[in-house]
Design a protein around this ligand. Sequence first.
Ligand SMILES: CC(C)(COP(=O)(O)OP(=O)(O)OC[C@H]1O[C@@H](n2cnc3c(N)ncnc32)[C@H](O)[C@@H]1OP(=O)(O)O)[C@@H](O)C(=O)NCCC(=O)NCCS
Length: 192
Amino acid sequence: MPDHYATIIETVRLRLRPFRQEDWAAVHEYATDPEISRFQDWGPNSEQDTRSFVAKCIESSGNPKSRSYYFSINLLGDDQHIGGCVLTLDPHSIKRASVGYTIARPYWKLGYATEAASELLKYGFTVLSLRSITGSCDASNVASRRVMEKAGMRLSQTERNAKFFKGRWRDFLEYEITYDVWRLEHENRQKA
Ligand SMILES: CC(C)(COP(=O)(O)OP(=O)(O)OC[C@H]1O[C@@H](n2cnc3c(N)ncnc32)[C@H](O)[C@@H]1OP(=O)(O)O)[C@@H](O)C(=O)NCCC(=O)NCCS
């Protein structure tokens, strides 16, 4: 496994790096925004919720046994924290993982989640040697569905009444991309 503590991924506009304590205030700002957690089984966060979350992200970066790779998403120029993303290894297979992401509301619809998710797929396939990466979201979460589609993932499963939170049952969608499909698409993009 790579030394996640030191992993920094740079994209065209973003730097994905391990979380730091000083990210707390920016995380708390969006984690208390009800729109951010509208389709999530967590939030809006209390101060303690955010402290625990940031502590978990930092702890997992320094723990070689952790199955979760949390990244703080920062703007390349000024290192402004604008969100977070995670790649979590399947407990039953180190060749499979799932992806997740959050972007603070002022930065929505600028392509940042797609840019971060696409880089996480690349990291998972080329550095962690994964064979398959999945992602799931509430079926009503149009933005998250689009992020996965734009990153090349395809709908693999629909689960009716998959989870109950915030007062109602939710249908969940699972998206997936295999290494073979990703490699082909990646090669085609390089040629274009
Ligand atoms: C989902 C989320 C990360 C998307 O972040 P983002 O940086 O705005 O996404 P992108 O800019 O890469 O946009 C990807 C696509 O989603 C669309 N989109 C983004 N926000 C949208 C919204 N609120 N409603 C509808 N479509 C939206 C974009 O227009 C784009 O599609 P297009 O190219 O066809 O126009 C962000 O909305 C978020 O943090 N939501 C709350 C947390 C969450 O739901 N995370 C996912 C957990 S499963």
